[in-house]
Design a protein around this ligand. Structure first.
Ligand code: SF4
Length: 413
């Protein structure tokens, strides 16, 4: 199998005990950069650059596998960037090469964008291992698509939706943005209504965040048209009600699904299962030989990354305090919450004994339910996650934590 890599493998040698992990593959290309986006991706790349990156993705995967880390995969997610920006034949070859390496995996998700989703690409996907598509719609309002600097307008978006309706019979999710300026009364509900056309099993509704170093963050004029906090809150509440009435259950702060249609890959991520990330800018979190988590982050420059993907990645041992905080941050955003026993197995301390003040405060405010087994955010608590986590972080900082048991796949569920 050609890998495209010039130099011998340099995968961090300490990571040899992952067992099972999920796999994330980062495709760092987009048709055009959106003004709000801070993901690593570049626009305008040609066939040669794409082929080099795909070859190096396979090569870097081989390097990881040769080091025995990880051994099995629970899910595959191809994101970016825009995976559908890759020509269909090139992506077809890549997916089949990936399948040979990954083996049978129940869920293969791929992010696609309307401007690059054509009949050829979708037909190719239908005979590939991909069985779940996540379509980046963001809005169905022509003015807002332009405000966001999206590469496609409404006509192209509707064409892509029509293609999905006629050619795709796998699982489907759509991404929408909330907290956008809205010229039309109830425009955000119209967006939701459009996004639920064809009855997708899943919807992600993300609040627009203004990330530093994006064109949007520097654009005073655009920023002035954003809704106030109160307006955004009111619209968000209406959106939640709308989705509930349409039968979508909220299973994470920003994610809604029909029963059984939850994204398994994201569930694993929020449950702090190990994951291997391939690609420039992709992160991995894997256990080292002591069973402690280590985070690797790939270089955010594809042309340097392809020369030897693992050589320049940063590798950081995550200390117990930081990992405990991540468990709380992920768990409190999900309806399944934080499981107490696994937390105790990992740190030798019950989270309830560690955080008596914050848990008491937020349980009294009806934002949190503490049971024998779990800490679970209530429906209203899902709206207060940031405030709850700020309190928990402050209280946790004053405690000393050390590792007890090993961390591995499913050890926190
Ligand atoms: S298409 Fe997606 S990844 Fe690409 S620039 Fe826009 S938001 Fe970012």
């Amino acid at each position: 199998m050609p890998t495209g890599l010039q130099s011998p493998l340099v995968f961090p040698a300490s990571l040899q005990a992952a067992g099972t992990a999920s796999l994330y593959v980062h495709i760092p290309f987009c048709t055009k950069k959106c003004v709000y986006c801070d993901f690593y991706s570049v626009e305008g790349a040609g066939f040669k650059a794409m082929k080099r990156v795909l070859d190096s993705l396979l090569g870097s995967f081989d390097q990881a596998l040769e080091q025995g880390s990880p051994k099995r995969f629970s899910s595959v997610f191809l994101g970016g960037g825009t995976p559908s920006a890759i020509p269909a034949k090139l992506m077809d070859d890549f997916l089949h090469s990936l399948l040979v390496r990954v083996g049978p995996v129940e869920e293969w998700s791929m992010e696609v964008n309307p401007e690059s989703l054509n009949e050829e690409f979708l037909s190719m996907l239908s005979s590939s291992p991909v069985n779940r598509i996540s379509m980046g719609a963001q809005s169905y309002d022509e003015t807002l698509l332009s405000w966001l600097g999206r590469p496609s307008g409404r006509r192209i978006l509707e064409h892509a939706d029509a293609l999905l309706a006629s050619l795709w019979d796998g699982r489907l999710s759509r991404d929408l943005l909330a907290s956008l300026p809205h010229q039309k009364k109830n425009g955000w509900l119209e967006d939701l209504d459009h996004a639920l056309a064809g009855d997708p099993g899943h919807l992600s509704l993300y609040e627009l965040t203004i990330e530093d170093d994006t064109p949007l963050a520097q654009d005073e004029v655009r920023l002035q048209s954003l809704p106030t906090e109160d307006e955004a809150w009111e619209r968000w509440q209406e959106s939640l009600e709308f989705l509930k009435n349409r039968g979508y259950q909220r299973y994470e702060v920003s994610n809604f699904a029909r029963p059984g249609q939850e994204c398994q890959h994201n569930l694993g991520y929020w449950a702090l299962n190990p994951y291997l990330g391939l690609g420039p800018g992709a992160a991995s979190t894997l256990p080292n030989e002591e069973g402690h988590p280590v985070r690797l982050e790939g270089e955010r420059d594809w042309s340097r990354w392809v020369q030897n993907p693992w050589t320049h990645c940063t590798s950081t041992k995550i200390p117990p305090f930081a990992f405990a905080l991540e468990i709380l941050m992920m768990g409190m955003r999900c309806v399944q919450g934080v499981a107490r026993k696994p937390f105790q197995n990992l740190f030798h301390q019950d989270v309830v004994d560690l955080l008596p003040q914050s848990l008491n405060k937020w349980a009294t405010a009806d934002a949190l339910t503490v049971t024998e087994e779990t800490l679970i955010p209530t429906e209203s608590g899902l709206e207060l996650v940031d405030a709850m986590l700020a309190d928990m972080a402050m209280e946790l900082e004053k405690k000393s934590l050390c590792w007890n048991g090993p961390w591995k796949h499913s050890s926190l569920s």
